[in-house]
Design a binder for this molecule. Structure first.
Ligand SMILES: Cc1cc2nc3c(=O)[nH]c(=O)nc-3n(C[C@H](O)[C@H](O)[C@H](O)COP(=O)(O)OP(=O)(O)OC[C@H]3O[C@@H](n4cnc5c(N)ncnc54)[C@H](O)[C@@H]3O)c2cc1C
Length: 548
């Protein structure tokens, strides 16, 4: 791959495809849904934490909750900075090593507990959540846990756990969603190390970090294959300059900068994985790392619900508390139901990640996409429920003697979640790519304009075998029996369709539609009126259990 910025669409796609985890060694609930199957056994009974781990997590969260009560989120917003003593306090509680194994000095707690901790600190100020998650979800600990050598883990993880802040540096002025354009270079040196040159943009924590994970392109050379590679770099290495601290519409407390590398020397033992593995490591890191945003979105939803309920009961207009006007009540119902769903998605994805027995790459992307979009809608509805006070800053409200509710700040803080760690548009592409993987394997060459006739003929033979087995199963299966999913009671009809919510063809969608209608006729309810308590809006042919 040339290091020129003249990258074609095909080259960009080839790089993304190469970095993608090709195999499916473990089962995936969402992948099966896209294939028109509903493998309930992959998520039900709901996975549970080991009781001892759950107790250790609960004790940690109690300590963190008590500490959070002492942090002044308003001061972080006013001063656009997280005070040093707050970072220190979080470090003393072990917050920089929540998921780092105990043997490396961390708390060794689960993804579920980590998510709850992020929700807690994020409800004080979103910048605290960004600080911890940039460090722990994408910064040094996660890639090292995934691909680090034992020596790297021994050297860096205890420092991270003690509070050495880390950052993840992939983005460049010319590199956003498309990593193929990556320009930062790591030139091999005679002693086996590398010299890094380049500029990294929007480095969350980069301004204050002690350790950096840097993605840089190694040119192909006699000693190795080259390619985009990941390095752990000491942030005080000669040649590193933080040129600017960026300011944003929200997350005013984050230490996000532009970091320049000029002939920065990195020893060979600081490379994570092999040369050329960098993007694969970055993507694998994000598979679980992405769950930090749903955690903060669920926390924001809970906070919004609290404020919405309190305010709508207190504020009286037109002779009633505003919450008794249907238009406002509808908004509160939306916030409550969506927050419940966000937390459920987070909790299930977190437990699946902790179990480690399922592939959650689609689940994490779906969770990130859906919760970040929904949280923004919730924040917008909260501002609406608060009326003019929703648009006023917390400081201004306090100065007039009213309760300092930072609703407008939450709207600003949440907006970035639809952009970073994979924008909503990129999440849709990622989900779609994974969703059609089986179809591409079965019949990809048929649709490939570059494939020659021999390949197309082979593909046609393979495809007909696959579809002869796959298509009939969309119209059959235990999910079509009236007794299926009985244990879910009144909600059963919303689950009882075997066909895939994202099965790609119109034919499959219409099959699902027909399957749904059959259920209404089979006594579970009808579109005109039902003996069940399922609200009419959920009687859609789309299974209600699928986030969309
Ligand atoms: C506050 C903040 C913190 C950040 N922290 C970090 C960090 O710690 N480390 C780091 O490496 N980066 C970080 N980033 C960078 C962030 O990950 C990128 O902003 C993000 O990846 C999007 O890249 P971009 O902004 O260059 O947008 P672009 O990639 O230029 O995209 C612009 C628009 O086009 C859309 N788009 C792009 N390609 C496609 C496509 N193929 N199909 C459809 N739509 C498309 C995008 O979704 C977006 O809407 C941060 C950014 C911000 C603002």
């Amino acid at each position: 791959m040339s290091t020129s910025t003249q990258i074609t669409e095909q080259q960009a796609r080839a790089v993304a495809e190469e970095a993608r985890e090709a195999g499916w060694d473990r089962p995936s609930f969402c992948k099966e849904l896209f294939l028109g199957r509903f493998p309930l056994e992959l998520i039900h009974p709901h996975p549970r934490a080991d009781p001892a781990d759950a107790a250790a997590g609960a004790a940690f969260l109690d300590r963190l909750r008590a500490y959070c009560a002492s942090i002044d989120g308003g001061a972080i917003e006013r001063e656009a900075r997280i005070p040093d003593e707050c970072v220190q306090g979080l470090a003393e509680l072990g917050c920089f090593g929540i998921k780092i194994p105990v043997e490396y000095g961390g708390l060794g707690l689960s993804q579920v507990v980590y998510g709850r901790a992020l929700a807690l600190v994020g409800s004080v100020h979103a910048s605290l959540g960004a600080l911890l998650s940039a460090h722990q979800s994408i910064g040094v600990p996660e890639p090292l846990k995934l691909a680090g050598t034992p020596a790297q883990k021994r050297e860096f993880l205890p420092r991270c756990a003690r509070g050495a802040v880390s950052a993840f540096l992939l983005t460049e002025p010319d590199v956003g969603s498309d990593p193929a354009r990556l320009r930062t270079s790591a030139a091999p040196t005679d002693d086996g190390g590398y010299l890094i040159d380049g500029t990294k943009l929007w480095t969350t924590n980069g301004v204050v970090a002690e350790l950096l994970v840097v993605m840089a392109r190694v040119p192909s050379h006699a000693g190795g294959p080259g390619g985009v590679s990941a390095f752990v770099v000491e942030a005080d290495s000669p040649g590193i300059t933080v040129e600017h601290r960026n300011a944003f519409m929200g997350l005013r407390g984050i230490e996000n900068g532009v970091t320049h590398f000029d002939q920065v020397r990195v020893p060979a033992q600081n490379r994570i994985g092999n040369e050329g593995d960098g993007l694969r490591i970055a993507l694998a890191t994000l598979n679980t790392g992405r769950l930090s945003l749903p955690a903060m979105c669920a926390g924001a939803g809970k906070w919004s619900l609290k404020i919405a309920r309190e305010w709508s009961a207190e504020r009286v207009q037109w002779g009633r508390p505003v919450g008794e006007h249907e238009a406002v009540a509808t908004k509160i119902a939306f916030i409550a139901a969506t927050t419940f769903a966000m937390e459920a998605v987070l909790d299930l994805s977190g437990h699946l990640a902790d179990e480690g027995r399922k592939d959650i790459r689609i689940e994490a992307a779906v969770a990130k996409l859906w919760t970040s979009e929904m949280a923004c809608r919730i924040a917008d509805e909260l501002v609406q429920i608060r009326g003019g006070r929703g648009y006023e800053t917390a400081d201004s409200l306090a100065a007039r003697g009213e309760r300092a509710v930072p609703a407008e700040q939450m709207l600003r803080d949440l907006r970035i979640n639809r952009i970073f760690e994979g924008s909503s548009e990129i999440m849709r592409l990622l989900i779609a790519r994974e969703a059609v993987d089986t179809h591409l394997n079965a019949a990809g060459d048929l649709a490939d304009p570059e494939a020659d006739l021999t390949h197309k003929a082979k593909s046609a033979a393979h495809a007909s075998g696959f579809y002869a087995r796959w298509l009939p199963q969309l119209a059959t299966g235990p999910g079509l029996l009236p007794t299926s999913y009985r244990e879910f009671g009144a909600l059963a009809p919303t689950c009882a369709t075997p066909s895939g919510p994202r099965a790609s063809s119109l034919a499959r969608r219409s099959t699902r539609w027909r399957a749904g209608r059959r259920h209404w006729r089979s006594g579970r309810g009808s579109s005109a009126g039902s003996s069940t308590s399922v609200p009419s809006s959920s009687r859609s042919p789309r299974p209600a259990c699928v986030p969309n």
